[in-house]
Write a protein that binds this ligand. Structure first.
Ligand code: NAG
Ligand code: NAG
Length: 186
């Protein structure tokens, strides 16, 4: 009986160790999932930034969508995006740096998140991870809402990195980006 109890405790302890809590490590730029698999996104971290521009249709001052399903003229937005770090050489329009900076059509700068409020999570229903940056600039003069963003890293074994591309800005001033990369593959 003593042996059985000991075994039961051992099994319980092992079970606990195996179903580990996911770990988001922004400093190392790594995410370890509940299954123990570690994604290392540090090769995508840059000195400087990933720079790109993207046309978007502004539906209202709140929502911005990719150029699909709208009749209006597109507006150009420029993005400076880094992975697990602040942008190091941001544009002059931005007084402070941030992990994602956006130059708006009127040439003002918006920080789409804060590196000190960053977290990795597993992509819903697929290989890969996404990195969210919260607590960017206040949105629309609000003291409550702040710009935020998520970068989805999607597994593509054929590329070191393709993108980033802008997908949309949805509710709560949340911008979505997408990067195809082999580093998001298991
Ligand atoms: C990122 O930039 C912000 C705003 O300039 C600064 O306060 C913060 O210390 C920086 N953090 C890192 C890790 O570079
Ligand atoms: C990607 O490539 C690695 C190394 O070649 C391989 O182990 C892995 O199974 C591949 N993953 C996918 C999703 O194709």
């Amino acid at each position: 009986m003593a042996t059985l109890t000991g075994l039961t405790v051992l099994v319980a302890l092992l079970g606990c160790a195996l179903s580990a809590m996911p770990i988001s490590d922004i400093t190392r730029c790594q995410y370890t999932g509940a299954d123990g698999h570690m994604y290392d996104l540090s090769p995508l971290r840059m000195k400087g930034s990933h720079y790109f521009s993207a046309p978007a249709y502004e539906i209202d001052s709140y929502n911005i969508y990719s150029p699909k399903g709208s009749e209006s003229d597109p507006l150009m937005y420029q993005y400076y995006l880094n992975v697990c770090d602040n942008v190091t050489k941001g544009p002059d329009a931005c007084k402070e740096t941030a992990p994602i900076l956006r130059i708006n059509p009127d040439k003002t700068c918006t920080a789409l998140g804060n590196i000190n409020a960053a977290i990795f999570d597993a992509n819903p229903g697929a290989d890969g991870v996404y990195l969210s940056y919260y607590h960017g600039d206040p949105s629309g003069g609000s003291r409550v809402f702040h710009y935020q963003s998520s970068v989805f890293f999607v597994c593509d074994n054929s590329t070191e990195m393709t993108g980033p591309t802008f997908e949309h800005q949805s509710n709560c001033f949340h911008s979505h980006f997408r990067i195809l990369t082999k580093h998001a593959c298991k």
